[in-house]
Design a protein around this ligand. Structure first.
Ligand code: XIL
Length: 373
């Protein structure tokens, strides 16, 4: 793990220097949130010192702080764009690297939206997490329909998967530091999900996916990724056992991604750090990949305090784990979030409110990152 930390440190330094350039280029003055304790105080020759952003603080902890990016908002909303640039050192495409977007018709690739995001990241000194190569959701209709009507048989499907993974990873070669290669492949009881991949190809599709991805970009770190794997439970244990087995076979599985879509109506997974630690001991990197903490709306101060405490707990567990090299939130403002559209009656799951004001959760992340350790 030492070498991974050293590698990250180097990457973090590169990010830091690029961030300074981005800040100098004017992203900081566009910061839409409140400025914090430094506001109004003049330092040195009369310039107010902006409060440190999440990424400034994360750089000092040698961890990447990321967000999922809604590329429509990025194109249309200046406040969203400024906050994305200012606060984060890593970005994940919320949707535009998914199969249905990048290959809407068989053999016709459309990388335009994803390329735009990669360009944005580069301009602001940010790293890019790749999400996701293989999933059971957001597949193109030509693929699901072809499997359903029998026009795509198992042999053909395996070839299609190989070509998809190879084309996508090659397209972004050298630009992605971590790929979610397989997403949500287990059920809650630890059995493999009954997806078209398992039905058609059998369990070996997982090892294949990692091998194909590694061949296409040996420099990217390859992850499994799922929800409800924060604590030690049947599902996370299935991942642990799978990782152990695949690594023993020489399959290039290098990381475990914990999505961390939490809800304040449930208890916080207090064994998260212990869970991350066991993957760490296997020699895997770990990452919090999609953190958000939802609640039934409207919020109140007690709910927001509980939300802040959950965000803090997620980040603290990551910071306590040597190989946990990135912490990503699934969107950062309540203005754009998948939660209200997915969980009835729930929302306000992010760290900034819909007007980009800092919520207690934002301050909690800042405090946690600023702690001396
Ligand atoms: C979600 C996006 O946020 C939505 O915009 C989209 O409609 C559906 O997918 N787990 C994942 C993510 O791995 O890709 C999902 O993202 C959220 C759950």
């Amino acid at each position: 793990m030492n070498s991974s930390r050293t590698g990250l440190r180097r990457a973090a330094l590169a990010v830091l220097s690029a961030a300074l350039v981005a800040t100098a280029a004017g992203t900081a003055q566009a910061h839409p949130g409140k400025v914090g304790p430094g506001k109004g105080h003049h330092h040195g020759k009369g310039h107010p010192k902006p409060a440190a952003s999440l990424r400034d603080l994360a750089d000092r902890r040698h961890v990447l702080i990321g967000t999922a990016v809604d590329t429509t908002a990025l194109a249309e909303d200046g406040a969203y764009r400024a906050a994305t640039a200012r606060e984060f050192s890593s970005v994940t495409a919320e949707n535009v690297m998914k199969w249905e977007v990048v290959e809407p018709e068989r053999g016709r690739y459309d990388w335009s939206a994803a390329d735009e995001l990669v360009r944005f990241a580069r301009a602001h000194g940010q790293q890019v997490r790749g999400h996701t190569l293989l999933w059971h959701n957001q597949l193109p209709a030509w693929l699901t329909e072809g499997v359903a009507d029998g026009s795509i048989d198992a042999k053909e499907l395996r070839k299609i998967l190989r070509e998809h993974i190879t084309a996508e990873v090659k397209h972004f070669k050298g630009k992605i530091y971590q790929w979610d290669v397989v997403n949500e492949v287990f059920e809650e009881d630890g059995s493999l999900r009954d997806s078209i991949w398992l039905q058609q190809l059998g369990p070996s599709y997982i090892a294949d996916a990692f091998r194909w991805a590694h061949r296409a970009d040996p420099g990217a770190k390859l992850f499994m990724n799922d929800y409800n794997v924060e604590g030690v439970n049947a599902k996370s244990t299935a991942y642990y056992e799978l990782a152990k087995k695949l690594r023993a076979q020489g399959v290039p599985v290098q990381g475990m991604g914990v999505q961390a879509h939490l809800d304040i109506q449930y208890g916080f997974p207090t064994d998260l750090a212990a869970n991350l630690a066991r993957f760490d001991r296997l020699g895997l990197r770990t990452a919090i990949t999609e953190a958000d903490v939802r609640m039934f709306t409207p919020s109140d101060p007690a709910k927001l305090a509980r939300q802040a405490s959950d965000y803090r707990g997620l980040l603290a567990a990551c910071l306590a784990t040597k190989g946990c090299t990135s912490f990503t939130v699934w969107g950062f403002t309540d203005k754009y979030s998948w939660v209200p559209g997915t969980f009835e009656g729930e929302g306000e799951a992010n760290i900034l409110d819909a007007d980009f004001r800092h919520k207690p959760a934002y301050e909690a992340l800042r405090e946690e990152l600023a702690k001396r350790h």
